[in-house]
Write a protein that binds this ligand. Structure first.
Ligand SMILES: NC(=O)c1ccc[n+]([C@@H]2O[C@H](COP(=O)([O-])OP(=O)(O)OC[C@H]3O[C@@H](n4cnc5c(N)ncnc54)[C@H](O)[C@@H]3O)[C@@H](O)[C@H]2O)c1
Length: 306
């Protein structure tokens, strides 16, 4: 049995990842300071997979993890971050999302422990409609959060490409376990819960489109990444769906009233209106493509039952 450390393991993606590691018969050490994550995420993620929590839960800031604890595991998944893109405290976000990960990365590199860390499609910034976002493109993030992920990737680059470290640029992830994120939960969830009440609000004209990817697909890409060629990869579906089409998918034939709102002036310059993941994807992992639409439908259906 192998044992993996998951920082941010009480969060949305981290709890699903930790539970999947257990389901596959391995052990997990969850490190989370619970600033936004919750024990309920871990319980629910395990329950969905029909497993009991096995391993350790360290209620700790990842910046205080003992290097010996790192050296004793078979791999590290580093997902802990401030994920609220509206937090504007430069020192806090840059320290927690980037700078402090240097020690963890260096310890993994030194002891030969493979590491996968979460970057984001937020590094890319504004693009023309239809344009794919590919690793290697120039980066021009629109907010501090996106910049912090560039700073994190720069630490990786400093260590050299031969170390077994993989950076993953996650696109717009949706699925069970994101409720605690409130205004930062995916628009898929927000539109699905709105549709349940019969009305949703959308920025006009509604043709803004995103590359949505189900959390289960993200988890499988993340697990595969631990054993792949070191480097940086996109984790998206490779298929963009507009907000208006998401409303149709989550409504499934029911009438949902759309209340149109203009994009406020203060965010229009920083509004990522189109994202679409291009290559490279994690080798051996198949981006779901159009099947992501079915995953959106199923998620909305399950939310209706909760
Ligand atoms: N959800 C998405 O659509 C998405 C997209 C791109 C990138 N990502 C990245 O994926 C990772 C996971 O995101 P998520 O959506 O699960 O967010 P989340 O906010 O649910 O999870 C982050 C977790 O990190 C924990 N955390 C924060 N600071 C910590 C610290 N100093 N020490 C220990 N734990 C700490 C939080 O308590 C939380 O449980 C993040 O790095 C995020 O930037 C997510």
């Amino acid at each position: 049995m192998k044992r993996y450390l998951v920082t941010g393991g009480a969060g949305f993606i981290g709890s699903n990842l930790a539970a999947e590691i257990i389901r596959r018969g391995d052990g997990v050490v969850i490190v989370d300071d619970f600033r936004t994550g919750s024990w309920e995420n871990i319980v629910e993620a395990c329950h969905r997979r029909g497993v009991e929590l096995r391993g350790r839960v360290l209620p700790l800031d990842y910046r205080r993890v003992d290097p010996d604890a790192v050296a004793s595991v078979d791999g590290v998944f580093h997902l802990a971050a401030i994920t609220d893109t509206l937090v504007n405290d430069d020192q806090l976000v840059l320290d927690l999302n980037a700078h402090s990960a240097a020690a963890l990365m260096a310890e993994c590199a030194r002891s030969g422990i493979p590491m996968v860390y979460a970057s984001s499609a937020a590094v890319y910034g504004l693009r023309e409609r239809g344009e794919k976002l590919c690793v290697g493109d120039s980066l021009r993030p629109l907010n501090l959060y996106g910049f912090s992920k560039i700073a994190l990737e720069a630490l990786h680059a400093e260590l050299g490409s031969e170390k077994q470290i993989v950076g993953l640029r996650y696109f717009n992830v949706f699925g069970h376990g994101e409720a605690h994120k409130g205004r930062m939960a995916s628009m898929v969830r927000q539109l699905a819960t709105g549709a349940r009440s019969g009305t949703v609000e959308l920025f006009s004209p509604g043709d803004q489109a995103r590359d949505w990817i189900a959390v289960d697909a993200v988890v499988s890409a993340t697990l595969m990444a631990l054993e792949t060629e070191p480097g940086t990869y996109n984790v998206g579906s490779g298929h963009a769906v507009s907000f208006r089409d998401v409303v149709d998918l989550v409504s499934e034939g029911r009438a949902t009233k759309i209340v149109w709102k203009p994009i406020p002036d203060e965010i229009i310059r920083r509004y990522q209106a189109f994202t679409l993941a291009g290559p490279p994807f994690v080798p051996g992992w198949t981006a779901p493509g159009k099947a992501t639409e079915q995953a959106i439908r199923e998620y909305a259906r399950e939310l209706m039952r909760i």
